[in-house]
Write a protein that binds this ligand. Sequence first.
Ligand SMILES: Cc1ncc(COP(=O)(O)O)c(C=O)c1O
Length: 391
Amino acid sequence: MFQTTPSHQGISDKFIKHDSKMLKQIYGSDQLTPYWIADMDFPIASPISQAMQQLVNREQYSYEFDSQTVFKAIAHWNQQRHQLDLNPNHFVQVPGVLSAIALLIRDFTQEGDGVLIQTPVYHQFRRLIESAGRKAVTSPLKLEGDRYLFDYQDFEQQLSSGKVRMVLLCNPHNPVGRVWTKQELQQLVTIAKKYQVMIISDEVHADIVFEGARFTSMASLNYDNSLTIIGSPAKNFGLNSIANGYIYSDNQALREKIKASSVSMSLDHGNAFSLYATIAAYQHGKEWFEKFLAYTQEVRNWIMAFMAKELPQVKAFLPEGTNQIWFDLSGLNLAPEQLKELLSQHAKLALTPGTWFGEINENYYRMNFASPLEKVQASLQQLKTSISQYR
Ligand SMILES: Cc1ncc(COP(=O)(O)O)c(C=O)c1O
């Protein structure tokens, strides 16, 4: 049995996902069920809670760090789960995945350089690139049948222009849910090598991969000019607000450079909660994680079956990984404003607008399904009713 609701109900929080001001600003209403943030609704694994309870009981927070235990635990986890051999001495710790990306953009590109993203993609990528004074160069994914694929021809064309200095890869891909295969990644690496462009691989969703798909880390592809963000326990263990980011590279020169800039900005100062939470997650979280993965796979399967049978006008792309599902609602033949009204005023759902992810039309929305099945069922039933009653 997987526990889907916390045992301590009624404790207040300041979660962004149901923040009234934010919901009103984005959707014009706060009376919505939130599915817009990639954030699970479930209670975390009990070994992590226990580790943090002990820390609370300790009542002391001296400077403290133990990155060797963390890196060993993450390396062991990756060996067991993905047969990925990582050297515990080849990690650099930073405060989070996004700060890792921000740091790497600054360390390895110059102002005005192009950083390539494959759209639609996690919206913060563009923000991080542009706020660092770099140019976001897009190479849209191409849709073949029901699957999004890399567009190698366009990718090569962009790289051959000489303006792109870095590729920011989302692996697995948020929002379209693809888990890139080894062959697909190898082909990308071949082109990047040819033009000597660095690849940064954001692998925060690496563990959330469903039956039939297999995760391949950039770290296993022997590309010297690449850095892998081995994620953090944010998405796989539901620790979004206390996780760290871990950058990995077997290239010593790259690592030294990252370490130096991380230290220069004092980003290497850890936080005791994330330290103990991360160790507990990777050392003792396996049982919980497997239940979580099986549960969200069941939710995914239910959504796919429901959409195919009950709402065939809405196209749902099968997530091979991640807890996000990508919908194309063009088949409803509604104007963008009507679609927005239908979703937020009638179905009362806060889904992430597809336009956030770049170069996609307003008929696309993303839904986070790391939620109790009954809740998802009620919401999609409500969507079906709203569609049938809408003008
Ligand atoms: C692809 C991707 N990278 C990074 C993040 C955020 O990472 P962090 O909160 O650890 O900075 C997310 C969160 O949704 C994500 O989907």
